[in-house]
Write a protein that binds this ligand. Structure first.
Ligand SMILES: Nc1ncnc2c1ncn2[C@@H]1O[C@H](COP(=O)(O)OP(=O)(O)O)[C@@H](O)[C@H]1O
Ligand SMILES: [Mg+2]
Length: 232
């Protein structure tokens, strides 16, 4: 479904990503783990067109995304839940959800009802300003907004960041459920243990390169992964 070949990305003279290749198949949850600054966010931003690549290929269902604008990429049903959520704090929950929709009015209402069915906490707060939601609710809103585009695949950047352990569990169970409904997920996480536990496969990044990849279960048992990312 998604195939990244030999991707290179830089910020000015600094090369952030060197020759990264990865694949996500239809229906999978795949995680990308690695320390702060490894380049995970840069990869997701490049896939969704927010950052331009220097070299390489990004194929989504066979279409090369590299020269495409983000507004076009979202219409291909590839959604992005950015790091730090980036909801609109001065808009209501409903208005934020509308910003995620790329469909006509009738579909919009239907999609919103679907999101509210999944996230009852958002429904109760539909007219509340998003900036007044708790961290966990804001994260749910960010996921809900991505779902408004009816994506076939979602890129999620550190959805558990800054959440209490209980909410981390809740967010991970939401990701699992979203996947069960047929949406493919590429998940970036620092919480390697939780991420691996819901993934079929994973890639480990260090300073702009992929250093380890494999089945999630194998990586959970890999000594290098255990030492560096699982604290074991
Ligand atoms: N806007 C930017 N300008 C310059 N350098 C950046 C920018 N964003 C990220 N970088 C650098 O690129 C590297 C990868 O960052 P990032 O993709 O955010 O990593 P991660 O998400 O894994 O923490 C880091 O060295 C970071 O300092
Ligand atoms: Mg990041």
């Amino acid at each position: 479904m998604l195939k990244v070949n030999n991707l290179a990305v830089s910020y000015g003279a600094i090369k952030a990503i060197h020759g990264v290749s990865l694949e996500v198949h239809d229906g999978e949850v795949v995680s990308l783990i690695g320390a702060n600054g490894a380049g995970k966010t840069t990869i997701l931003r490049t896939i969704s067109g927010l950052k331009k690549a220097d070299d390489g290929e990004i194929l989504f269902n066979g279409t090369d995304l590299r020269k495409m604008e983000p507004s076009k990429i979202i219409t291909l049903k590839l959604a992005h839940v950015p790091e730090g959520r980036h909801i609109f704090p001065q808009m209501t929950v409903e208005e934020n959800l509308e910003m995620g929709a790329f469909t006509d009015k009738k579909d919009l209402e239907e999609n919103m009802e679907e999101v509210f069915e999944r996230f009852s906490r958002l429904k109760e707060r539909r007219r509340q300003l998003a900036g007044t939601l708790s961290g966990g609710e804001q994260q749910m809103l960010a996921v809900g907004r991505a779902l408004m585009a009816k994506p076939s695949m979602i890129l999620m950047d550190e959805p558990s960041m800054g959440l209490s352990p209980l909410l981390v569990k809740e967010i991970f169970s939401i990701i699992k459920e979203v996947n069960r409904k047929g949406i493919t997920v590429l998940l970036v996480e620092q919480n390697a243990k939780m991420a691996l536990s819901i993934s079929s496969r994973a890639y480990v990044m260090e300073t702009g390169k992929i250093t380890i990849s494999g089945d999630a279960g194998e990586l959970l048992r890999d000594d290098r992964v255990r030492k560096a990312y699982l604290g074991q």
